[in-house]
Design a protein around this ligand. Structure first.
Ligand SMILES: [Zn+2]
Length: 219
C-alpha cells in the first residue's frame, strides 16, 4: 500500500492534537523508511517483476526485520517514544504515534500477497488485494479520503485558506497514487528505495506546511 497509509496519519491527529501532522506522516511510513534503508545495502531484498500483481511489481521475498510482525511491533514502540518530545499529553501521544506506525503493517496485510512473516522469515501472511487493481486502488483512495475528512472535521482550520491547501494536497496525493499505479515500475531495487525515501520526505514536508497553513501544527 502507498497513499492509503496516510489515511491513518490524518485520522490520528484528532487523537493527539499536539503531535504535528508531519510526524504522523513519517510514522505511518516508518516501516517502509526502514525497509528502504535496508534495501539499499541489500539487507532486505525484493525483485522487480512487472505484472507481479496488478497493484504492485514488487516481489517482496525477504523483509523480516521491517515487515515481520515482531520487527514491526518493535519499530512501532521505538518510534512511538519520539512522541515523548511532544509538550503535553505525552502518554497519549506515544500511544497514538506507535499506533500510527503499526497501522502500516495492518494496511500492508490487506493488500500484500503473503510476504509479511509472523515469525522470523516464515509463516508469511497477506490478504493479496493487490491482485485486483480495481479493488486495491479505490481502497487506497477511500482510506486516504476518510482520514482527511476526519482531520478536516475534528481539527478545524484556524485560518481562512487552510482547508483550501488541505484539499489541494489531498488531490495531489490522489494524483500521485494514480501516477504510481500506472507508471512503469522502477528499474532496480535501489532505485525503488531511493524513490520511496524521496517521496516520503516530500509528503511529510508538505503535510507540515498544510498543518501550519491551517494553524493546527500544535493542536
Ligand atoms: Zn510496507
Amino acid at each position: 500500500m502507498f497513499i492509503g497509509h496516510y489515511g491513518p496519519a490524518f485520522a490520528a491527529k484528532p487523537l493527539a492534537r499536539p503531535v504535528p501532522l508531519w510526524l504522523l506522516f513519517v510514522a505511518v511510513q516508518w516501516l517502509d523508511v526502514c525497509w528502504s534503508v535496508l534495501v539499499l545495502p541489500g539487507i532486505e531484498k525484493l525483485r522487480i517483476v512487472p505484472g507481479f500483481t496488478e497493484g504492485s511489481a514488487l516481489d517482496l521475498y525477504y523483509m523480516p526485520f521491517t515487515h515481520g510482525l515482531a520487527g514491526a511491533l518493535a519499530l512501532s514502540a521505538v518510534f512511538g517514544l519520539l512522541a515523548l518530545f511532544v509538550r503535553d499529553r505525552r502518554a497519549a501521544a506515544v500511544a497514538v504515534v506507535a499506533g500510527a506506525v503499526f497501522s502500516h503493517w495492518l494496511l500492508d496485510l490487506v493488500v500484500h500477497v503473503p510476504d509479511l512473516p509472523l515469525i522470523g522469515d516464515s509463516l508469511k501472511v497477506g490478504f493479496g488485494l493487490w491482485r485486483w487493481l480495481w479493488i486495491s486502488l479505490p481502497l487506497e483512495l477511500a482510506t486516504l479520503l476518510a482520514g482527511a475528512l476526519l482531520y478536516a472535521r475534528r481539527v478545524p482550520s484556524k485560518t481562512r485558506r487552510g482547508d483550501l491547501w488541505l484539499w489541494l494536497f489531498v488531490a495531489a496525493m490522489a494524483g500521485l497514487e494514480l501516477y504510481v499505479a500506472f507508471a512503469p515500475p522502477p528499474a532496480t531495487p535501489p532505485a525503488q528505495a531511493q524513490n520511496a525515501l524521496l517521496v516520503y520526505a516530500l509528503l511529510a514536508l508538505a503535510a507540515g506546511l498544510v498543518d501550519r497553513a491551517r494553524g493546527t501544527l500544535r493542536g
